[in-house]
Design a protein around this ligand. Structure first.
Ligand code: SF4
Ligand code: SF4
Length: 106
């Protein structure tokens, strides 16, 4: 009896941006990307993306350069902590104007 034939079908869902609400609205720090230190930006090829892998809100794109959707970024700082080149730093949200609060950053 092959397991493939009789394998139980299960449903699953994958979480995505916004599943935890508009978390960007209560962020106190925001991630800022320095492209000159970012590996895919420097090599102009898909590489690294550790920030994308670790972001719990799935708001970092796997693109060159990576972009961060600040509407849902909660400012946890994990991306900055995990980035091997320190290309992401956390900046005080108060330093940005209210209009900038939800815009994406690269
Ligand atoms: S982890 Fe750092 S170096 Fe790697 S893609 Fe993200 S920002 Fe760039
Ligand atoms: S601070 Fe970084 S890891 Fe945390 S939610 Fe924002 S983009 Fe994702």
């Amino acid at each position: 009896m092959g397991t493939r034939k009789y394998r139980r079908k299960t449903s699953h869902s994958e979480h995505g941006p916004g599943d935890g609400g508009r978390t960007g609205s209560w962020r106190v720090e925001r991630p800022v990307l320095n492209e000159s230190l970012c590996i895919p930006c420097k090599r102009n090829k898909e590489a690294c993306f550790i920030c994308w892998l670790f972001c719990p809100e799935i708001v970092i794109s796997r693109t060159i350069p990576p972009t961060i959707n600040l509407e849902y970024c909660k400012g946890c700082g994990i991306c900055a902590e995990e980035c091997p080149t320190r290309a992401i730093t956390m900046a005080d949200e108060a330093d940005f104007s209210h209009e900038d609060k939800d815009s994406s950053c690269t």
